[in-house]
Write a protein that binds this ligand. Structure first.
Ligand SMILES: O=C(O)CCC(=O)C(=O)O
Length: 243
């Protein structure tokens, strides 16, 4: 069933991102909210895939990142978030698109830590077919003060910028600015797609709310095979692309 119209697809191609409201129903969002809580409070043991994206030596995590939640709860790939975002990713990029990996990123209340400006492609090995998209699904209301996403329109049309690693195995960062970017506030269950080359960032969470995102990442099946042959499975290593 087609869900995106021609205008949305053109917007994604030209601007590098696309907002989709109400991806999930209220009931579906409640399911993910409960499951997310089980990951965060360790009822589901995700310790081997969990790290602090801020790269700090803090006892308290500033930005909780849990890679590949669907490896721990395999049924997730059959559920609405994965099914709906995969269907849309195919509409945006082609029928050979598959799920590469998924992840959870939470900014807990008052952690006040930015996710630096970066392009996702800087995290990945170079691939001949560059088609790639992430879908950032808001589990909580995401707004400026708790760290919603910011995107630089059309930035995916230029070459990947130089990136450097922050902190101790922390996030990659490059030059970027709010001035020429847009912020995307989302209700729970709504989402935003962005391309592998789209420059993005988020402010820290200065509020008493959580800012939980469930993220799925898609690329062509042949490129996923290439990654796996090279030992890349997105379970947690963070390396700067060297070529
Ligand atoms: O949630 C964040 O702050 C960062 C997310 C991100 O960089 C991504 O989804 O590619």
């Amino acid at each position: 069933m087609q869900q995106l119209n021609a205008k949305q697809k053109t917007f994604f191609d030209e601007e590098g991102y696309l907002v989709v409201e109400n991806l999930l129903t209220v009931e579906e969002t409640a399911y993910y909210s409960n499951l997310y809580a089980s990951f965060l409070d360790n009822r589901i043991d995700a310790s081997r895939y969990r790290s602090d994206l801020s790269g700090g030596d803090n006892k308290e995590e500033k930005i909780t990142q849990i890679m590949v939640p669907s490896k721990l709860v395999p049924d997730l790939v059959h559920k609405p978030l994965h099914q709906k975002t995969l269907a849309m990713a195919k509409e945006l990029m082609g029928n050979d698109i598959e799920l590469d990996f998924d992840m959870l990123i939470n900014k807990a209340p008052y952690t006040d830590t930015i996710t630096p400006w970066h392009q996702d492609a800087a995290y990945w090995i170079d691939m001949p077919d560059k088609r790639a998209a992430s879908c950032w699904v808001a589990i909580d209301h995401a707004y400026k003060e708790n760290g919603c996403m910011w995107y630089t329109p059309k930035s995916h049309l230029s070459p990947i910028l130089p990136h450097e690693q922050t902190g101790n195995k922390g996030a990659l960062k490059c030059e970027g600015s709010e001035e020429n970017s847009v912020y995307i506030e989302l209700r729970p269950g709504s989402c935003v797609f962005h391309q592998g080359g789209t420059l993005h960032y988020s402010r820290g969470n200065s509020t008493s709310d959580n800012r939980r995102a469930f993220i799925t990442n898609f690329r062509p099946k042949a490129m996923i095979q290439l990654e796996r042959e090279k030992g890349v499975d997105h379970t947690g290593e963070r390396q700067i692309r060297t070529k």
